[in-house]
Write a protein that binds this ligand. Sequence first.
Ligand code: BGP
Length: 462
Amino acid sequence: MSIEYKFPEGFWWGSAVSATQIEGAAAEGGKGLNIWDYWYAIEPNRFFEGVGPETTSDFYHSYQDDIKRMKDIGHNSFRLSISWSRLLPGGRGEINQEAVKFYNDVINELIAHDIEPFVNLFHFDMPLEMQEIGGWENRQVVDLFVDYANVCFDLFGDRVHKWFTFNEPIVPVEGGYLYDFHYPNVVDAKRAIQVGYNTMIASAKAIEKFRSHHFGESQIGIILNLTPSYPRSQNPADLKASEIADLFFNRSFLDPSVLGSYPHKLIQLLEEHGQLPETEEGDTELMAANTVDLLGVNYYQPRRVKAKDHLPNPYSPFMPDWFFDNYEMPGRKMNKYRGWEIYEKGIYDIMINLKENYGNIGSFISENGMGVQDEERFMKEGRIEDDYRINFITGHLKWLHQAIEEGCNAKGYHLWSFMDNWSWMNAYKNRYGFFSVDLETKERKPKKSAYFMKNVAEQNGF
Ligand code: BGP
């Protein structure tokens, strides 16, 4: 079979997961509570079909077989996250030795199978005790996070060479402090902005700490969900709406992470509306000196915007949405299960933007994927024939390939996700995996896309 789309040598093929979404064993192995355990205990009705995070996909007990499966489908790299509340129950203090053993075993097993572990430190899972003292609103939590990060560098830094401070740090801001889909369910832009700002300080401080170890070739980065903003039209009002959406949802984290400072226009806008966060002396220098080595890009959907149809209610809470409306482009292609538009070229536009405006920083697609409901419908002779997922992946890979041809510095592609996992409030509604997971028996079965991925990885293209 001839290969039309060949990727650069050493391209990273793999997938990504997060601790809370796959480990299970939420009350085992000495783990402390995190905000998901707590929120589920007090409001189980907010989770799809009442399914909580206690067992999820049971990776805690089946990681050895799962890692074999990764090898079987050609993974050369795999991203996991460490659970802060498992390693340091309560968020600080004594190290949980059972957690050390678990993460050591996972890391060693991956390496034994020639799969490079990419390790992320925070994936939406604040330890409950840290949330109780204010979470990211409290600068003390920032310092405790850096202590936790340092414990991870000490324990695993000899074998882990790709670290990430945060996955999608904007999501806890949006979910927890603006739009009510994460605990603590606050709606308050001023607090949201403080949370976002302190998260960036936490990232910069963790990077500073990492570099003090002098790990040689090892790299540290951040993973951002970049949702390119497309205006409805070239009308100046639509263009302005799209520029502001981009400032809020992309550049708020991209600029400080890669360039070391916030966009001037964002600061101005927040100042005009009395929304600037509290800062401390030395913050500006800290951010400027501790930008990332590597950028993970999560891409699922574009953001289409238009000028507002109506003025915002002046008595409503201040929101980014005061400056734009979402635009439902007629004829857009939808993943109707997740309610997200599919726009493959977005991946190319992101990469070109990184090349032109962000120094062509080394990057990779750290998440891309398609969550589909009731996938058993597509079962034929015991296998889920997920051709829609294969089409989704190839559509995006073609554009990624094009970007690389044009000189973009993209080094890999990780699917969300390796196996079906627990999607926060959506629990197991939409399935994302190369492998299906039976929720009763926890049995894994490869879908058609698993075989497809194996071929792509083995041929380094398709
Ligand atoms: C990203 C997150 C993942 C994952 C994925 C799919 O935003 O980093 O944790 O869940 O999206 O989204 P969802 O689970 O909401 O369908």
